[in-house]
Design a protein around this ligand. Structure first.
Ligand code: AP5
Length: 197
């Protein structure tokens, strides 16, 4: 049923604190896509108290990636629910985080229309996440885990950027500016491809 749905899919990739969630809220308000954050889906699973969730806490608190089958199952379940409700397309944030996730998604669901990569220097990422740490309530917003999340980004997720660049699907966005300036660049890029939605 997911393959048959054939709705446009956009991936949002970027380091921890690169503004994925912030920009997704604005994109959804303008384009009406369904926003799925892999991090939020995983945190909801932990909160649900399920056996699957119980295995995730330690991994997420260590800043590592959870097994790719777990993420894909959660994404698929959320997509199916949204499609039943008439979703006209998806904005999938924080996914794929390793090349194998992207390949698995392509073979089991479909290719993404575009991949937006939010490019932000490491010092800025650390500053933003530490700024958020006091209020986020997230167990992984502390300096030790932030360092590990950055390491995971460099080793596992940076190759995802190269992968989609080689496929001609990547839009690299300098995401160091203000939220509104970055959104302007996002809109300019999405408008080129969303006229068909
Ligand atoms: P996830 O929840 O995806 O966290 P993350 O990638 O570390 O990113 P964040 O949600 O912390 O930041 P963001 O980029 O959304 O930035 P935000 O808009 O909040 O993943 C958490 C964990 O789950 C992972 O470590 C992993 O264990 C697991 N996981 C998730 N997906 C997975 C997958 N696919 N496979 C395997 N494991 C997975 O902004 C950050 C802060 O900066 C905010 O305070 C915001 O107000 C501020 N800000 C935003 N934009 C700007 C701006 N332009 N200028 C100034 N401040 C800004």
């Amino acid at each position: 049923p997911l393959k048959a749905a054939n709705v446009p899919i956009f991936f949002i990739v970027g380091g921890p604190g690169s503004g994925k969630g912030t920009q997704c809220d604005k994109i959804v308000a303008k384009y009406g896509l369904t926003h799925l954050s892999s991090g939020d889906l995983l945190r909801d699973e932990v909160k649900s108290g399920s056996p699957r969730g119980a295995q995730l806490t330690a991994i997420m608190e260590s800043g590592a990636l959870v097994p790719l089958e777990v993420v894909l199952d959660l994404v698929k379940e959320a997509m199916l629910i949204a499609i039943e409700k008439g979703s006209k397309g998806f904005l999938i944030d924080g996914y794929p985080r390793e090349v194998a996730q992207g390949q698995q998604f392509e073979s089991e669901i479909q290719e993404a229309k575009l991949v937006l990569f939010f490019d932000v220097a490491e010092e800025t990422l650390v500053k933003r996440l530490l700024g958020r740490a006091e209020t986020s309530g997230r167990a992984d917003d502390n300096i030790d885990t932030i360092k590990k999340r950055l390491h995971t980004f460099v080793t596992s997720t940076a190759p995802v950027v190269d992968y989609y660049e080689s496929k001609g699907k990547l839009v690299r966005i300098n995401a160091e500016g203000t939220v509104d300036d970055i959104f302007g660049v996002v809109v300019a890029n999405l408008d080129k491809v969303t006229s068909k939605i």
